[in-house]
Design a protein around this ligand. Structure first.
Ligand code: FNR
Length: 352
């Protein structure tokens, strides 16, 4: 690549980071997440007054500048010495950041670094008391929602990490990774630490426990089927995130954009449905909204922006997506995100 990146894929070339880029096993789901978007078409709508386009939207009561949120991703310190810059970029772009449970900064550091609306993502420890303390710390520090990532009772097998003998970066004596708070390990083997600490027995009935220890709304992330969507509505969560963890957990899990509509139909408008996986273009955001997502989350592109250019890079990544989404809306005759409907896309089935 020569010169400045002009799209999100070029940021990936600039950042080159195996840990972030990789997926599980054959990386089929990882690659298909992006390919599946390419099979959906957007018929243009002509002769509509699109002299003004409004990207703004509302997520769980918070007004944000566009339906593009920052997904929780682990260990930003591998990309940049100061993880809190991602949160600052979220604030500058007037969007929401979900802080990863495997964050390399504390909940408090991120909270004090910016005024972005922040969500906190959690995996539940075997030691429920420690999980409860973390949730309460998040709430005390102004995090606005709890994102329970439910697709990872075990950690997917990422062969690039095995080859690279991936370990956690060294921290100063006083620092500690959030996710290691229930572990005696120093993080030399991430999968082993997760196995030791995560509660693989956590299941649907335990959501009730989670809701007794917090007033934050709970979102379940990692859901891909109609059956699980119905269960999520039944247990009374505030929303769901259709996600296959960016192809890092179950390889050959379906691509998120192909199951989105099925999940949206099962939910039937009772709770908001969010979406992530493979979003690299404004057209991808548009397609996810057309198929019923209220907003999308982006994972890798944010870290690529961070690795390449720090806070400015994250801002550029979000701005590029916003610019592309705005153009897509103009060319398909949509003034606002509410105008984007199922009629604005043609899936493969409809093109046969
Ligand atoms: C993730 N993801 C993730 N999810 C989560 O709930 N907690 C976490 O700590 C992480 N960590 C993480 C690290 C890395 C390197 C990646 C790439 C992803 C998954 C993330 O939230 C999101 O679901 C995907 O990244 C979305 O796919 P894209 O946007 O990366 O294609």
């Amino acid at each position: 690549m020569v010169g400045e990146p002009v799209n999100l894929n070029e940021f990936q070339e600039l950042a080159r980071r195996d840990f972030y880029a990789g997926g599980a096993e054959d990386q089929y789901t990882l690659e298909e997440n992006m390919e599946a978007f390419r099979r959906i078409m957007i018929p243009p709508r002509i002769l509509v007054d699109v002299s003004r386009i409004d990207l703004s939207t509302n997520v769980l009561g918070y007004n944000i500048s566009a339906p593009i949120l920052i997904a929780p991703t682990a260990l930003h310190k591998l990309a940049h010495p100061e993880e809190v810059v991602t949160a600052r970029a979220a604030a500058a772009c007037k969007t929401i950041m979900a802080l990863s449970f495997t964050s390399s900064c504390t909940l408090e550091e991120v909270a004090s670094s910016c005024n972005a609306v922040r969500f906190f993502q959690i995996y539940v420890y075997k030691r429920r008391d420690l999980s409860a303390l973390l949730v309460q710390r998040a709430e005390r520090n102004g995090y606005k929602a709890l994102v329970l990532t439910a697709d990872s009772p075990r950690v997917g097998r990422k062969e690039a990490d095995i080859k690279n003998k991936m370990t956690l970066p060294k921290l100063k004596n006083t620092e500690r990774f959030l996710s290691l708070e229930a572990s005696s390990d120093n993080g030399s083997n991430l999968a082993a630490v997760a196995k030791e600490t995560k509660d693989a027995s956590f299941c649907w009935k335990d959501i009730e426990w989670l809701s007794t220890i917090t007033n934050m709304p709970i979102l379940i992330k990692g859901l891909l089927t109609r059956e699980d969507a119905i269960k999520a509505v039944k247990v009374g969560v505030a929303g769901i995130v259709v996600s296959n963890h960016g192809g890092r957990q179950l390889d050959y899990a379906p691509t998120t954009i192909t199951v989105l509509e099925e999940v949206v139909q099962a939910v039937g408008g009772r709770i908001p449905v969010f979406f992530d996986g493979g979003v690299r273009r404004g057209t991808d955001v548009f397609k996810a909204l057309a198929l019923g997502a209220q907003a999308v989350l982006i994972g890798r592109p944010v870290i690529y922006g961070l690795a390449a250019k720090g806070e400015y890079g994250v801002r550029q990544v979000i701005q590029m997506l916003k610019d592309e989404l705005e153009l897509t809306m103009a060319l398909s005759g949509c003034h606002s995100v509410k105008d984007i409907t199922r009629r604005h896309v043609r899936t493969e089935r409809e093109r046969l």
